[in-house]
Structures are given as structure tokens and as C-alpha cells.
Unconditional design. Structure first.
Length: 579
């Protein structure tokens, strides 16, 4: 058989262990229990996949004839992989959140090259080179020393998983349901804007604020939306009951009354994924998360360039839209930078193009004219192996306009034109510090602002300009979070998170025309503290895949508002895996 055929057959024979679990824990900072006997590496990788909740992909010929040592106890999954591959020329690559791949590492010829960790590709994948087996002297630490780094240090350099719905890193199971929509999921919907993507979700009630509603009746009353903004409305409880976050941070609300966060200001091309907690999360994020949380995670660790161009039109009518975007990024050994720009232009959809609205006087826009320009930037830099700084910035300018002909035939008609100009700014600067006992301290400062100018013109009229109103909202937030392992029980590790937030909220509105002195500028301060615990009660059981079969979760958040008082929101949950 010729060599290309043999190579093709070997590739086709590659083993893919498909235990499909929502999150691969090979790159987390959380220990799990392993019981792996001394056996051929081929069999050991399969057993590891089951106990670590991962898909493991490899070519059988690479591991043929290799033996894996017996490993029993509670370890970081990454450390188990390092011990299994110690003394080999094999590397482990995180393909995605569900899959790792074992490959041969070309060019690893010395101890100094072993143990390196580097990032690859636009998904932020990391490559951990397996360290050669070095005998440790009696009484020495179990951490393998390679060059100037210990194996434990390299384990902590692997990708960490942060899930919306908890402040504890690496948590795989939550009592509240959490939906994650990746970049591929978003692209598969064909959506060109964030609001179009939200309209495809069954968890979102589309009777709230959106581009096709001016006033909407929701579970909490009426939402005023003269600027054709858009906001998620989980469970139909109202836009003010769903908390909107960007990279886990609050953003300033929009519209002319500050009643909701206008997600149409978030550029779709900047999104890495969207995470939605469809249960109340007041114990985690605050009293205004009673309906759920929508967290927009922005792109990072992108290397290369991406251009996007889209054009669309309706089958009946003159409405069309066009989107153009450019994203560039660079990923280096200790950091990354991303810059993205998006342009979106949508023409209005007239009621005259719909037969079922033949009695509506023209002009009357069912969908508004919209033009949006958005810029997003992200930068992260590792200062030391245990300390990094990161920041992001979003700026969006949106112009929207609607034309409606109102009145009675006997009294005559008047045409109203309502242009709005919205500017949104949001920036965050933060840092993280790794501490002993798998703990990590994260601190950040966020400033977010939304400026809205809404005008109303009417013809025929003696003075076409009827009103002009300017609204400004601001949020300044300081956050600190410490999480890690509190203690170890027979069933597993007790994980904790403790932190606090202090924020200033500003709202201002004034009428530019007709000029009045009714300026309104209320402010308030909000201070909060929270605590989370994940406590394993029963150890790994049948079907738990090495995780606790019974785990309790406890959370509590206390908040004090300067304008009305205090709230306290406790939460108790249990995760049981009987089968």
C-alpha cells in the first residue's frame, strides 16, 4: 500500500471519544477525582475522557506502544494529562470547549522547550507541551520542575472557563439553567444585528422593546420606546426585569427615559458568544436580575483578519439593508489585541407594501430607517505568569427615523417625522491576580454612557419642530471578586466566591425645544456584597462522570440603594445526579 494511502487510512482510523458534555474541564482550574490504572496510553486516554467529561481526539499510531502510569486521587485535569504524557513527544491542544486533541510536537528536543504554553488561533486555544519525566528526590514536592516553571504553574496557565450565573471560575453545573449561543450559532441564524438574533430565541418575549414597537405592553407595564431601541425581555416580565451585561459588566440604559439597555448599540461582529440565564439571578447579580440575565461576551484572542459583507431585501416592498464589517486581531505569547468596525444601514419598511394594511394612510413606517456605526477594541496583556491586565472599549452611533401620517380624514392629516441620534460609550479596565489554593482576585472599573437626542417634526405646521429632548445616562462601577477552593471534603472541593460592587448611576433629561427649566438630574449610589458556595455532599456516583453526585449551592447578595433602602436576595440550590 502506498504511503499516502497508509496516511489516509491512519487518519480515518483516528479515535474520537464522543462523550458529549456541555463543558470540557481539561482547561479548568478545578480539581476532579481520577482513578486510572497503569495501562496502554490508548486505553488510558479513553478512560480519561470519561472521567474528565471531554472529547479526546488522537491518531492511534501516535500512542501505539506507549504506557500510561496509574493515577488515583484528586487532580487538575490538565495535570493528569501532563502525567500521562510525561516523557513523550506529545502535546495537548484545546480544540474547543468540548474537545481536546493529542498531537505530536515537532521540534521539542530539549528540556527547555518542554513545558511551554502558547496560544493559537482566533479561538484562544492553548498548547501545553508535556514535560519529560524527571525523578524527584525523596521528600520533594510532587510538582515537576521544568526550566523555571513548576507543573502546577503551567496547569494554571491553561484556559479557564467563566460561566454566566456564578462568580466561581470553572463551575460546570449550575442549579439555574444557562443557555450558551456561540459565534457559529449566531451566524447560523442569518441575523445581521443583535436584536434580530434575540428575536430568534424562544426565551425572549418579543412584545417588549424592539425596532418594530414604539409602545409595548409587557409584564411590568408599558415600555416607552420612541427611539426604536431593542432590549431582551425574558419570560415577558418586562425589559426592566432582565439584566443586560457586556463581558459581565453593567452598561448604561438607553431610550429617553433610561428604562432599558438598548442592545442595538452592540455590534454583532464583536460578539464571541451570548450566555443567557433564564432563571432569576438576583442572588448573583442584583435585584434587577429577577427575570434573568443576558451576558454578551465580546471577542478576544483573535489572530488574523475577518471581512463581512451582507445585503438583504424583503420580497415585497422597498426595504433593504446592508452590513459591512472588518475585524483584525493579533495574538502573541502573553496577550492579544482585537479591533472591529461595523456599519449597518437599513431603509424603512412602509405600511403601503403590506396588503393587510390598506386602510393605513401613507406615509407610515412599520420598520424605521436605521444607520449604525460601531467600533470595538479589546486588549489583554500578561504582566507576570500570575498577573494580567485587560481592557475593552465600545463606541456606537445610531441614527433612526420614522415617518407616520396621523389624524382623522374629516380633520385632515399631519405627517410626523421622529429622528433620533444615540451615542453609546462603554469601557472597562481590569486585572486578575492568581493566588495560592487555586484562588484568583479580579478587580475592574467600568464607565458606560448613553446619550440620546430625540426630535419630533410635524407638517403642515407653523413651526415644523415640535419637541427636542436630550437624555443622558451614566454608570460608574467598581467591582472586586475573589474565588477559589475553600476546603477539601471526601466528596470533592468546596468552592467559594466573595466580592462586592459599588456603582454610581446618573440620569439626566432636558427639553431643548420648547426651552424650559424642567431639567431633571437624579443620581443614586448602590453598594453590594455577595457570597457563593458550592459544597459537594456525595462523592462521584454512577453517571456522575467523576463529579459529585450531590452538590449544594448557596448564594446571597445584599444591596443598599441611596434612594430607597436595602434588599437581600438569598438562593439555595441542589444538583443531584442519581443516574
Amino acid at each position: 500500500m502506498c504511503r499516502p494511502v497508509r496516511i489516509a487510512c491512519a487518519t480515518i482510523a483516528a479515535v474520537l471519544l464522543s462523550l458529549h458534555i456541555s463543558t470540557c474541564v481539561a482547561g479548568t482550574d478545578v480539581k476532579s477525582r481520577f482513578d486510572l490504572p497503569a495501562e496502554p496510553l490508548d486505553k488510558a486516554l479513553r478512560d480519561f475522557a470519561i472521567q474528565a467529561h471531554c472529547n479526546v481526539s488522537y491518531v492511534p499510531s501516535l500512542v501505539a506502544g506507549l504506557q500510561a502510569p496509574a493515577i488515583k486521587g484528586e487532580f487538575l485535569p490538565a495535570k493528569v494529562l501532563s502525567m500521562m504524557l510525561a516523557g513523550t513527544r506529545l502535546i495537548v491542544v484545546n480544540i474547543d470547549k468540548n474537545t481536546i486533541q493529542v498531537l505530536e510536537a515537532p521540534g521539542v528536543t530539549s528540556q527547555g522547550d518542554a513545558g511551554r504554553t502558547s496560544r493559537l488561533g482566533d479561538a484562544g486555544m492553548r498548547v501545553a507541551y508535556a514535560a519529560p519525566e524527571i525523578p524527584a528526590p525523596a521528600g520533594a514536592s510532587s510538582d515537576v520542575q521544568v526550566g523555571n516553571d513548576t507543573q502546577d504553574q503551567r496547569d494554571k496557565e491553561l484556559d479557564e472557563i467563566t460561566v454566566t450565573g456564578t462568580h466561581i471560575r470553572g463551575t460546570k453545573d449550575l442549579p439555574s439553567p444557562t443557555e450558551v449561543y456561540t459565534r457559529a450559532d449566531i451566524d447560523a441564524t442569518g441575523a445581521t444585528t443583535v436584536q434580530q438574533f434575540l428575536q430568534t430565541l424562544t426565551q425572549n418575549f418579543n412584545g417588549g422593546a424592539s425596532e418594530n414597537t414604539i409602545n409595548a405592553v409587557t409584564g411590568s407595564g408599558q415600555t416607552n420606546n420612541p427611539v426604536n431601541g431593542s432590549a431582551p425581555n425574558l419570560r415577558g416580565l418586562g425589559t426592566d426585569a432582565t439584566l443586560v451585561l457586556v463581558n459581565g459588566h453593567r452598561v448604561a440604559p438607553g431610550s429617553n427615559d433610561g428604562s432599558f439597555v438598548d442592545v442595538s448599540m452592540i455590534p454583532l461582529t464583536a460578539l464571541e458568544r451570548v450566555e443567557i440565564v433564564t432563571d432569576g439571578a438576583s442572588a448573583i447579580y442584583g435585584a434587577d436580575a429577577v427575570g434573568g440575565v443576558v451576558n454578551f461576551i465580546l471577542r478576544s484572542n483573535f489572530d488574523g483578519a475577518e471581512s463581512r459583507l451582507q445585503a438583504g431585501s424583503v420580497s415585497t416592498g422597498s426595504k433593504h439593508d446592508i452590513e459591512a464589517a472588518q475585524t483584525v486581531g493579533h495574538d502573541w505569547q502573553t496577550g492579544s489585541a482585537v479591533l472591529s468596525y461595523q456599519y449597518f444601514d437599513q431603509t424603512p419598511l412602509s405600511a403601503s407594501s403590506r396588503d393587510y394594511l390598506h386602510d393605513v394612510p401613507s406615509p407610515f413606517d412599520l420598520l424605521p430607517e436605521q444607520v449604525t456605526n460601531s467600533v470595538f477594541a479589546n486588549l489583554s496583556q500578561e504582566v507576570t505568569p500570575d498577573f494580567d491586565v485587560h481592557g475593552d472599549l465600545i463606541y456606537s452611533h445610531r441614527f433612526t427615523d420614522t415617518s407616520n401620517r396621523l389624524g382623522e380624514p374629516s380633520l385632515g392629516y399631519a405627517t410626523q417625522v421622529s429622528p433620533s441620534r444615540i451615542d453609546g460609550y462603554s469601557t472597562t479596565l481590569g486585572s486578575s491576580l492568581k493566588l495560592p489554593h487555586h484562588s484568583e482576585l479580579n478587580v475592574s472599573a467600568t464607565y458606560s454612557e448613553s446619550d440620546t437626542l430625540q426630535e419630533l417634526f410635524e407638517t403642515p405646521a407653523a413651526s415644523p419642530l415640535q419637541t427636542a429632548e436630550k437624555t443622558k445616562t451614566d454608570i460608574v462601577s467598581l467591582d472586586a471578586n475573589l474565588d477559589g477552593t475553600l476546603a477539601t471534603l471526601p466528596a470533592g472541593s468546596i468552592q467559594y466566591a466573595v466580592g462586592g460592587q459599588y456603582r454610581w448611576e446618573y440620569f439626566g433629561t432636558r427639553f431643548l425645544f420648547p426651552a424650559t427649566d424642567n431639567t431633571f438630574y437624579p443620581t443614586r449610589r448602590v453598594g453590594s456584597g455577595y457570597l457563593e458556595l458550592h459544597v459537594p455532599i456525595l462523592g462521584p456516583g454512577g453517571g456522575s462522570g467523576g463529579n459529585p453526585a450531590l452538590e449544594l449551592t448557596l448564594a446571597d447578595r445584599a444591596e443598599h440603594y441611596s434612594d430607597f433602602g436595602s434588599t437581600n436576595n438569598p438562593q439555595l440550590g441542589a444538583i443531584w445526579k442519581p443516574l
